[in-house]
Design a protein around this ligand. Sequence first.
Ligand code: LLP
Length: 457
Amino acid sequence: MEEKKSFLEQKIDLKSPNKNIVPITTSIGSDGKLSIGGCSIEELVKKYDSPLYILDEMTLRNSCRAYKLALEKYYPGNSMPIYASKANSSIFMSNLISSEGLGLDAVSEGELLTALKGGVPNAKIVFHGNNKSDKEIEFAVRNNIKVIVDNDYDLERLEKISNSFNCDLEIMIRFTPGIECHTHEYIRTGSFDSKFGFGIEYLNILFDRIRNTKHLKLKGLHAHIGSQIFELEPHKDLGEIMVNIISEAKKFGHDIQNLNVGGGLGIKYTEHDDPPSIDEWVKTVSTSVVKACKKQNLNLPTLMCEPGRSIVSTAGITIYKIGAFKEIPGIKTYLSVDGGMSDNPRPITYQSSYSACLVNNPLNINSKNKYTIAGKHCESGDVLFKEIELANCKTGDLICVFGTGAYNISMSSNYNRIPRPAALLVSEGEADIIQKRESPSDLLKYDVLPDRFIKQS
Ligand code: LLP
């Protein structure tokens, strides 16, 4: 029987990075070792230590461009792709995103500040959240950042602010379209039972309520149905549902000019995953909106979308160093690495699967063994891979985990007081730090021992 090809030998799709497991610049050198962005991973770890997050600039830029190009092709002249910064928020990411002409979605004052500091123009930022603080809402309004109203509480406060400033305020509203899609229940947001957005059945009351405010101007509609979605049908349905709502809102005198369909396009984490391309996703959404507008005799609204994972996930890898081995005869062999659930909480949270290889023998040449890759945290569930085939390996060898650009660093923690890894950007043989490694003493910065305890000791 022919030996199955490794995922590292598969053809790379340059135009839609979400269809690959690995960053598009991944290569195996003449020494048989792995490199990304023209940089030897072994050399990077020698210099920057491990664990290490690495982002590949070309993969990132190609993903941004794929959205821009597809929107230009299927929805010419009237669209705005917005990067969902919760996937990976940093000054660097904000800067790169805006250099590619994308907008950015933020859900906290921290993400807003990061975006502004990274140079994203205020007019291209949208502000989400199901429980925004007064301070966050005021910050957004004062900075001319468009607020997406999630509930009545948001609406009341925006009404008050607009009245006190005595000036008009453009808002968008988020609703739950009641669309089911096949993804993990924690990352499914568009079904009726969701904490986000207004129920669709409440919209007419809402339109009436907004019409009766002095200064709130309803200019946009938003929905997001979930994340890591491989089906196109739910997004086709969403486009149609949203256009129908625009038409309904018109009856109340609202002129909705922005239609934001959220994000959700999945990526290929393992060989079992087969997500649609960015082009196919954009085509589906655009065609559905154009068709529905024609049917309803409506002008085309500005089409916005909010990809997060499909922009940044495939560009990212995480490198770990192998430490201890524990063989349980007849059962399994544990191999422990120097990171785990604090730098990647997705396996323990969503039972997520990834692909990985050894840096010094990426194609598993000569031998194969089954391992369970465990993290170093004091938690039995801290397992990154329940079972993976790798060539024989030893303490000190490096493991590369693919597809970690999204929802890894942004969801990382300091559990067990473990400092966060450094993050690097690689491109054409150069590597730059984009987030510094934390040190154990950094973690003590916010601890306070009350005076009376100091006196006692
Ligand atoms: N827009 C809104 C309003 C969202 O809530 C999200 C993701 C996105 C856009 C971007 O979705 P994406 O294109 O990345 O699928 N932590 C989970 C994912 C949570 C997604 C939350 N919202 C994970 O690690 O899988």
